[in-house]
Design a protein around this ligand. Sequence first.
Ligand code: MG
Length: 158
Amino acid sequence: MIRVGFGFDVHQLVEGRELWLGGVLIPHSVGALGHSDADVVLHAICDALLGAVAIGDIGQHFPNTDPRWKDADSKELLKAVVDLLHRNGWSVGNVDCTLVMERPKIMPHVPAMRAAMAPLLKVDIDAVSIKATTNETLGYVGREEGVCAHAVALVQKS
Ligand code: MG
């Protein structure tokens, strides 16, 4: 049995915050604002995985009003989501994410992101895809006020 899920996330970009994307700290002049480390890639993938199994969303499992998740490392959130799937008999097939932001260039960081994510997802690195695009200077992403990510995930149960 296979299922697919979709996830989306957005965070504001502000000065004085770190920029975590795909579990990797990216050097940049601004970072993502959020209750946790605000890693949009991992958050979108968490939602895609939860969606595939139809067990809610990241906001339900890790409320941003809960002090436990204040400044949380999103790798821990993804690990918890994958553990939850495993407990329900599901394993991850593959994930594919598109990150949307104007700067900095993302491609140089993609190998590190894939390497960080594969063990958390318990899949081979070739089952983890990260793509990036700009928003062609349009809207809040174009004005560099925010960063967003879209993700799909396939899960399987034997
Ligand atoms: Mg988020």
